[in-house]
Design a protein around this ligand. Structure first.
Ligand code: NAD
Length: 479
C-alpha cells in the first residue's frame, strides 16, 4: 500500500480527480489517500503561496503527490504553486509524453509518440535578475553539472525502462558555449554509458522546427528548462491532445503528477471535463511507484475506450466519435474496459518496469582553478569606446594589468570596433595581467578602487578562470 497526497484543486479539478481515483482504484491500485487543500481558497484566505505549512508537511511525508489543476487568482502577489512545489521539493525532471491517437482524435501528426524530458530547476528560471544601468537589465542563466547529469541520466533511464530507442538533446551551444555547451557535453558523456540507445543532438532552433513538422522523427527529447517549457507545450498541442496529456515532476525524494491543462473554470461542476490528462498523470505515478501492472491495465483500458469512440466533448468529432459522454460516464466506460487492449492503437506494455532508481550525484574532484583576468562592467553614458579605453588607461599602469577588449552587449567595440555598432550604457572591460599569467585576486579590488577614484561607475565584475588549463569564459563576439 502506497500512501499518496491528493489535492483536488479548483474548477474542474474535483470532478476529474474523482474520476481518476475511481478508475485507478477499480484497476487495483494499492494506494491510501491523504487529501490536502491547495489553490484558490487558500490563496484568497490570504496565503500568497496557495498552500498551508501543514500541507507541505503532508506532501513531504508521503513523497508522492497527485495534484489536480488549480486556479491562480488574477492580480499581484500570488505565487504559482507549481513553480514553488518544483523548487522546494527539488523536482528536477519534468516528463511529458505527447502521443497522438489517430484516427480517433484529430491530429496533423498521426504517428507522433514522443516524450519531452525537461530540466525543471535551473537555467533562466533561477529568477536571478538585476537592473544594472538605466538601459540594461540582466537575467542569469545558471546551468550546473549536477543539474545536467541528473536530467540527462533520467532521460536515458526513462528510455531504457520504457523501451524507447533514441534520446535526442536540444541545446543552443553554438551560441551559449559554456551553459548549453555543458549540457551538451554531459549528454555526450552519459549517452556513452547507454550504447543500446541511439543518441543525437540538434541545435534547438532547427530541432524545434523539425519537431513541429515531423514529430515522428523523435522518441525521447531532453533539454534545458526554458526550451523544454516552450517545446513541451508545442508538442502537446500538435499531438492534438492538450486535454489528454499528463506530466510528472520527479525529484530524488518526492514526485508530483498532474494534467498539463488548467482548471477550466467555465466547465466546472457540469460533468463535462475530460479526466484523461489527470488520468495520464496518475498512470505516470503508478509506474513511478512500481505499480506497473495497474498502470498498464488502466492505460490499455483508456486506449480501448478512445478507440470505441466514447469521447468527452473536447475530443468529440462527428464521424469519428460514437458517443459524447460526461466525466463520470467516461470514467465508467474506462472501468468497464479494464482488462481489454486496443487493437488499432498500440497497446502499452510496462511489464519490464519498476520505479526508476537513479544513482545520487557524485561530486568530482575539483579542477585546478586559475584566475587569469577579470571582466569589469561599467555604466557609462559615452558613445565611443575609444574614449572609455582612454579613461581606463591609468588603471593599466597602476594595477599592472592590460585592457584586452571592451564589449557592449557582448559585441567587441574596442579595439578596432565598427562605428556602426549600436552601444548602450553597459560596457564590459576585460582586464588581463600584464605578464599574461595569473591575476592576483587583490588586483580586482585595486581596479575597483581606482575606477572609483577616476569617477568610473562599476556595476559588477566577473572573474575569468581557467579550469585545468581550459578556458572557462567566452570570447567577445568579433574577438
Ligand atoms: P485551461 O487549460 O484551464 O483551459 C484552456 C481551454 O481548454 C478551455 O477552453 C478549457 O475549457 C479547455 N480544457 C482544459 N482542460 C480541459 C479538460 N480536462 N476537459 C475539457 N476541456 C478542457 O487554461 P486557462 O483557461 O488558461 O486557465 C484556467 C486556470 O487554470 C487559470 O487560473 C490558470 O492559472 C490555471 N492553470 C493551472 C494549471 C495547473 O494547475 N497545473 C496549469 C495551467 C493553468
Amino acid at each position: 500500500m502506497q500512501k499518496i497526497t491528493v489535492a483536488k484543486g479548483d474548477g474542474i479539478g474535483p470532478e476529474i480527480m474523482d474520476a481518476t481515483l475511481e478508475i485507478i482504484k477499480a484497476a487495483g491500485a494499492k494506494i491510501e489517500i491523504e487529501e490536502i487543500e491547495v489553490g484558490e481558497k487558500v490563496y484568497l484566505a490570504g496565503n500568497t503561496a496557495g498552500i498551508a505549512k501543514e500541507s507541505w508537511d503532508v506532501i513531504r511525508r508521503n513523497k508522492i503527490f497527485l495534484k489536480a489543476p488549480i486556479t491562480t487568482p488574477q492580480g499581484g502577489g500570488y505565487k504559482s504553486l507549481n513553480v514553488t512545489t518544483r523548487k522546494f521539493l527539488g523536482l528536477y525532471s519534468n516528463v511529458r509524453p505527447c502521443t497522438s491517437f489517430h484516427p480517433f482524435v484529430k491530429t496533423k501528426h498521426p504517428a507522433m509518440d514522443l516524450v519531452i524530458i525537461r530540466e525543471n530547476e535551473e537555467d533562466l528560471y533561477a529568477g536571478i535578475e538585476h537592473q544594472q544601468t538605466d538601459e540594461v537589465v540582466q537575467c542569469l542563466k545558471l546551468i550546473s553539472r549536477p543539474g545536467c547529469e541528473k536530467i540527462v541520466r533520467y532521460a536515458f533511464e526513462y528510455a531504457k525502462q520504457y523501451g524507447r530507442k533514441k534520446v535526442t538533446c536540444f541545446t543552443k551551444d553554438n551560441i551559449m558555449k559554456q551553459t548549453d555547451g555543458l549540457f551538451h557535453q554531459v549528454f555526450n558523456e552519459i549517452a556513452a554509458e547507454y550504447p543500446q540507445i541511439e543518441n543525437e543532438h540538434w541545435i534547438i532552433d532547427i530541432g524545434a522546427a523539425k519537431m513541429a513538422d515531423t514529430p515522428e522523427a523523435f522518441d525521447v527529447i531532453v533539454m534545458p528548462n526554458l526550451y523544454g517549457d516552450i517545446l513541451s507545450d508545442v508538442a502537446a498541442q500538435i499531438a492534438g491532445s492538450v486535454g489528454l496529456a499528463g506530466s510528472a515532476n520527479i525529484g530524488e525524494e518526492c514526485a508530483m503528477f498532474e494534467a498539463i491543462h488548467g482548471s477550466a473554470p467555465r466547465r466546472a461542476g457540469q460533468n463535462m471535463a475530460n479526466p484523461s490528462g489527470l488520468l495520464h498523470g496518475a498512470i505516470l505515478m503508478l509506474n513511478h511507484i512500481g505499480q506497473t501492472e495497474v498502470a498498464e491495465k488502466v492505460h490499455n483500458a483508456w486506449l480501448y475506450t478512445i478507440e470505441e469512440g466514447i469521447h468527452t466533448y473536447d475530443v468529440f468529432k462527428e464521424g469519428i466519435s460514437k458517443e459524447k459522454v460526461g466525466t463520470k460516464e467516461f470514467a465508467q466506460a474506462v472501468i468497464k474496459n479494464l482488462g481489454k487492449k486496443p487493437t488499432t492503437l498500440k497497446a502499452v506494455n510496462y511489464s519490464n518496469g519498476s520505479s526508476l532508481k537513479l544513482p545520487k550525484y557524485k561530486r568530482r574532484a575539483p579542477a585546478k582553478k586559475d584566475l587569469v583576468g577579470v571582466d569589469v562592467f561599467v555604466n557609462w553614458q559615452g558613445l565611443n569606446a575609444d574614449e572609455l579605453a582612454a579613461k581606463l588607461n591609468p588603471i593599466e599602469k597602476l594595477c599592472n594589468v592590460k585592457l584586452s577588449m571592451i564589449t557592449n552587449r557582448g559585441i567587441k567595440v574596442w579595439p578596432d570596433g565598427f562605428p556602426e555598432t549600436f552601444c548602450t550604457d553597459h560596457w564590459r572591460c576585460r582586464m588581463k595581467p600584464k605578464d599574461g599569467l595569473m591575476l592576483p585576486k587583490k588586483t580586482i579590488a585595486e581596479i575597483l578602487t581606482q575606477c572609483e577614484l577616476l569617477g568610473i561607475d562599476t556595476i559588477k565584475t566577473e572573474n575569468l578562470y581557467e579550469f585545468d588549463g581550459k578556458s572557462g569564459f567566452s570570447l567577445g563576439q568579433g574577438q
